[in-house]
Write a protein that binds this ligand. Structure first.
Ligand SMILES: [Fe+2]
Ligand SMILES: [Fe+2]
Length: 182
């Protein structure tokens, strides 16, 4: 499979981010964040026992297939590139160390959230109070994380990364998804 420059492929974030946007890696990250926000809204509905049909499976797919790749894109590529390119006044170290701690917490929380959702899916039921609280806790933290990344990481990446950096980023993101570049 390859990628192209067609950007007229963005949907309403109810589907995984279109691989066609990978030609523009920072746009892909931006769309991944909108997708993550959409998933948070679905998790909140599940927590409130207002689950729409297919929602639990869709969230499970996101948490097990899409989110791990996104976390790797940031930790293995975007954060190191920013550390290399940012100016001292950008104070990027502070933001990245906070975001890296968030990722570690998310890494610990995701299996618990997956376990809850697997149970809800298998038993076709809603969450109990403890499960509901865990789901809400997860979305609160995810949204806080998204706000910081959208406010700091993406603007600095757009300002500081060179064309060569963006090529590296694109090729690493393609490799991670087993895609050839055109
Ligand atoms: Fe992110
Ligand atoms: Fe992140």
């Amino acid at each position: 499979m390859g990628i192209d420059n067609n950007r007229a492929v963005r949907g309403d974030y109810s589907e995984p981010t279109s691989l066609a946007i990978l030609a523009h890696p920072l746009e892909f990250i931006h769309d991944d964040h909108l997708r993550e926000r959409h998933i948070c809204a679905m998790i909140d509905e599940i927590a409130q026992r207002r689950t729409k049909e297919g929602a639990v499976r869709a969230v499970l797919n996101f948490l097990t297939h899409e989110l791990p790749l996104h976390l790797q894109d940031e930790e293995e590529d975007i954060f190191p590139l920013l550390m290399q390119r940012c100016e001292p006044e950008d104070e990027i170290e502070r933001a990245i160390s906070k975001l890296t701690v968030d990722h570690a917490h998310a890494g610990a929380d995701i299996p618990k959230i997956v376990e809850i959702l697997e149970r809800l899916d298998a038993e076709d039921t809603g969450p109990d109070e403890t499960e509901s609280a865990a789901l809400s806790h997860f979305t609160t933290h995810s949204r806080r994380h998204l706000i910081l990344e959208n406010a700091v990481i993406l603007p600095l990446a757009r300002a500081r990364l060179t064309d060569a950096d963006l090529d590296t980023l694109r090729s690493r993101m393609c490799q991670r998804r087993s895609l050839e570049q055109r």
